[in-house]
Design a protein around this ligand. Structure first.
Ligand SMILES: *[C@@H]1O[C@H](CO)[C@@H](O)[C@H](O)[C@H]1NC(C)=O
Ligand SMILES: *[C@@H]1O[C@H](CO)[C@@H](O)[C@H](O)[C@H]1NC(C)=O
Length: 531
């Protein structure tokens, strides 16, 4: 077995009698599995019966033996969030051996809500209409019956809205008889023939139901090669389920209806050497920390003198940040963390955007070329680096995220430290679902996922939860940025540092959305687990 040379480490900040920084490392392997708990045996049997019913009728009376190890891995739409039991109670045990904790959003959010039934109903309505909007017939399950004489394309037929395309692969194989007939039925378009063949009768051409028949099977099959589909109901992205049938046999297949994706390409100069100034914009958000920001900019300029830096600034009394290649965007006071990320990323015109916090410091290990290289050579959309603390400890902060179906109450969110697998050709990189707040991404993909501006003073994983299923994410331990000291003894803090801590960490100042509400309502989770 190949040894994976990178591990993802977590980082935890502990406040003790004095603020102490304490770190622990945790091997990713042990924490990344998501356990779908087995219910009773009866519920698995019910599930198997549900999932196997009705396809090939007549076998329901044959007994079977449940393989619990496999059947238990099937999604049951009845997820639960369970934390690990507390095994021993030492003060730092949780840090050295991170336990999985569980949080019931259903309870914590609804119990604090003045109208819990109303908010549940409202969430259900919003969910149902969002499901309707995202529904496409191409997601429907279609089973091909055994021994069908019909030949048809199971996937890969696509037509632009209101345009016409040949349906490839239609055919009929059956014993010779007096009259061979096939029927085609659609719901969002019409059929026709692009050419006619002698001795074949075509009825219903130009309509949603067309019948093609002939005493000569070869002639019929020749005619079927010229059958076209024309989409008639405009929808920029949907699918039509076509029924193709003959005496006693029916089959279904989908035709995708949609525009071809319009590419967004970047002309970043001549290929070869990576020109970082042409390819990358550095984006950051600042609040009450101009001294830190100045150190960051000075450190960037040592290595990348002409790279553009976009700064989103929501200070009450903004100060101009001087220097070339700097775009400073002033926002309303305290507009917040994700709003600032959104604004900064919206102004990027290069292919890639690098996110940095305003208290990071570039060093000779902050090689943006390495991040560009992996983004250019793989299908990854976003890649995180590593952050080195003043103590010398370096964290990549990798997590996996999974969502388990949970029925009407909502789904379960599971977050674990760890990663999925390594990246071929990049030994310091792994694939994960969430990475540290030092990352480079394809600009348009980061914009697509977006930063929910309602999350004002905290929030990082929330971006990656929104990006789940649309961004392909990696983490590389060999691109390292330094972190200026974050937590100082209270008596050595400057007044602006004190004010920053106050806004950033004080629970009284969590403006914007209640984090429970964000997970419960917006993401429709009922509970979460993490370690
Ligand atoms: C063959 O069957 C179809 C449909 O039943 C019918 O419309 C057509 O006239 C028949 N053709 C011949 C030659 O019998
Ligand atoms: C790199 O890109 C910048 C910005 O587009 C451009 O001004 C500069 O001339 C380029 N450098 C090289 C060596 O091509």
């Amino acid at each position: 077995m190949r040894l994976i040379s990178i591990r993802c480490f977590g980082l935890i900040v502990v406040f003790g009698l004095l603020p102490i920084l304490l770190f622990y490392s945790w091997n990713a392997w042990s924490g990344s599995g998501v356990v779908i708990r087995l219910g009773q045996r009866g519920s698995i049997q019910k599930l198997l019966e549900e999932r196997t019913k009705g396809f090939v009728g007549g076998h329901d009376n044959i007994a079977y033996h449940v393989n619990e190890a496999v059947a238990g891995r099937l999604a049951q739409n009845a997820c639960v969030c369970e934390g690990d039991p507390e095994t021993f109670r030492l003060p730092l045990a949780n840090l050295l051996f991170p336990r999985v904790w569980a949080h019931n959003l259903h309870l914590s959010f609804l119990s604090s809500h003045p109208d819990p039934e109303g908010v549940k109903r409202h969430r259900a309505q919003e969910y149902s209409s969002s499901q309707k909007r995202s529904y496409t017939p191409a997601d429907e399950l279609i089973v091909a019956e055994a021994n069908s004489p019909l030949q048809y394309p199971t996937q890969g037929v696509q037509v632009q809205p209101l345009r016409t395309a040949i349906i490839p692969g239609l055919g009929l194989r059956e014993e010779t008889r007096a009259n061979h007939t096939v029927h085609l039925t659609a719901t969002l378009g019409t059929f026709d023939v692009a050419a006619t063949v002698d001795a074949v009768s075509v009825k219903g051409d130009g309509e949603m139901h067309m019948t093609v028949s002939s005493p000569d099977l070869d002639a019929l099959n020749r005619q079927l090669q010229f059958v076209t589909y024309t989409n008639t109901v405009f929808n920029p992205k949907t699918a039509d389920t076509v029924q193709f049938s003959t005496e006693g046999h029916r089959s279904f297949f989908t035709i995708k209806v949609g525009h071809d994706r319009v590419p967004e390409l970047y002309n970043s100069g001549s290929p070869g050497e990576y020109n970082i100034s042409a390819l990358v914009t550095i984006a950051t958000k600042t609040f009450l920390r101009y001294d830190k920001l100045k150190d960051l900019i000075d450190s960037i300029r040592k290595y990348y003198p002409t790279v553009t830096i976009v700064i989103a600034d929501d200070n009450e009394h903004p100060k101009a940040v001087p220097g070339p290649y700097i775009d400073q965007y002033i926002m309303p006071f305290k507009k917040g963390w994700f709003a600032g990320r959104n604004l900064a990323v919206s102004q990027v015109i290069t292919k890639y955007v690098l996110w940095v916090d305003d208290d990071f410091i570039f060093s000779s290990n902050t090689k943006l070329e390495k991040m560009v290289d992996i983004l250019e050579k793989t299908t990854l959309d976003l890649v995180g680096g590593a952050v080195r603390e003043v103590t010398g400890y370096t964290a990549t902060f990798c997590h996996t995220i999974s969502v388990e179906a949970g029925g009407e109450d909502g789904n379960c969110l599971h977050i674990r430290q760890g990663h999925h697998h390594s990246v071929d050709g990049f030994p310091s990189c792994v694939v994960a679902d969430a990475v540290i707040n030092f990352f480079m991404g394809r600009t348009e993909k980061v914009r697509q996922a977006g930063f929910n501006p309602r999350l004002s003073r905290h929030g990082h994983l929330e971006f990656f939860i929104d990006a789940l299923g649309s961004l392909h994410i990696g983490s590389c331990s060999d691109v390292i940025v330094n972190h200026a000291s974050k937590i100082k003894l209270p008596w050595s803090q400057t007044s602006s540092e004190k004010a920053y801590e106050h806004f950033r960490y004080s629970s009284k100042n969590t403006e914007g959305v209640n984090p429970d509400e964000n997970f419960y309502f917006r993401n429709r989770f009922k509970c979460m687990t993490s370690n």
